[in-house]
Design a protein around this ligand. Sequence first.
Ligand code: PHE
Length: 471
Amino acid sequence: MKKEQRGQWGSRFGFIMAAAGSAVGLGNIWRFPYLAGENGGGAFILIYLLFVVLIGMSVMLTEFAVGRMTDTAAVGSFRSIDNRWTFAGVLGVISAFFIMGFYPVVGGWAVAYIFKSATGLLAAPDAIGDSFGAFITSAWEPLVWTAIFLFLNVVVVVRGISKGIEAAGKILMPMLFVLLIIIIGKGLTLPNAGEGLKFLFSPDFSKVNGEMLLAALGQAFFSLSLGMGCMITYGSYLKKEENLPSNAFIVSGLDTLVALMAGLAIFPALFSFGMEPAAGPGLVFVVVPTIFAKMGGIGVVLSIIFFVALFVAALTSSVSLLEVATSYFIDERGWSRAKSVVSVSIVMIILCILASLSLGVMAEMPIPLLGVGTFDLLDILTDKIFLAIGGVLVTVFAGWFVKKEDLEREVTNNGEVSFGLFNVWYTLVKYVIPVVISIVAVVGIMGIAQKGVMILGLAIIAVLAIFSKKL
Ligand code: PHE
């Protein structure tokens, strides 16, 4: 498709808010704190930060550049340069489907907890943990909230790039910031808040191992929306005069800031109330309302604010996931936007139903041969396997299959913006990043406990690669 016919971002602020909106999501507020909690805090956070700076930012710039250079979404970008690489884009579209197979489930929980906070959840602090367990394992209730969440996504994405995604991001992202600051302010003034700061910022390196490295790397990719074509797609809607390096820097900086803010919002208060940091995926949904419940009346208001923020963050991310899959059918199959969105959403809702049920009704019925339920399957496949390998693919592709002059022209807007670090970035992309990710991925992926899932993930990638030219 020609540029004129494709959607474009209306303004620079709009793009940054949308890209940051994609990056900032459940990954930052739901997942980052519980991963940090499970992995012992400081060391995990330090390694995570290192991955963001050394790998994440450069990969983001790579994706912006490849997307804008080729003017097409994920699959077309790879294909238009070298059709042996089409599979790398298709892998991204599959990752988008798979992440959207569980993301709206958690997004639905967030919506539910806005209402639960308002309707008496906090009245019995000791029951909050049990009530979360009962909620997510019940059959219908979470599904209804998931459906509401997914419906809101469809509404945004059907409206298209500038009126839908951009308009939502511009209002909702700044709101999220303010909400988090309010909560942090409250948490830091609680007695014993210093314990939480110590947990977050003093590293214990005895916790470091291959699995933890992969968890930190996978989280960096997940949180920055990398390794699956999302930033390629967003980059393809970006105007030629935008400064790509500074956008990549700002977006990854904002994302990291929000993750750290989420940590600051949760851990000081958590330690102040003497609770357990390694509470797993329930951390946000159990610990946060419990903390708020112990604060009295104001707690109810803060809890509502918090879950609105979580919902907002989740929505601006999931619209980007939906957009990756949707744009594939628009750009590659010539479907209308409305038809693409609706078809894609139908597949997603089916995956979500299975994912949600796998936590409760079907918990005793793991998928044969794989030994896990749908929720865990989709999570492990994407976060531990597809995104990291997607990161290797996009950097190897850019470093070895795109001409260096073309990349340089793209990231400097034909020499109009200066990017003094071009050679550093190029060396990272061409040599360092693929090697580092490969090492972490090999060590980490081999260590995945669920061997069936590991084999399935690698097999999917192999099959796609073999049939790349036919995709
Ligand atoms: N980055 C989003 C988050 O942190 C999730 C996401 C992953 C969005 C991949 C788009 C692509 O919640």
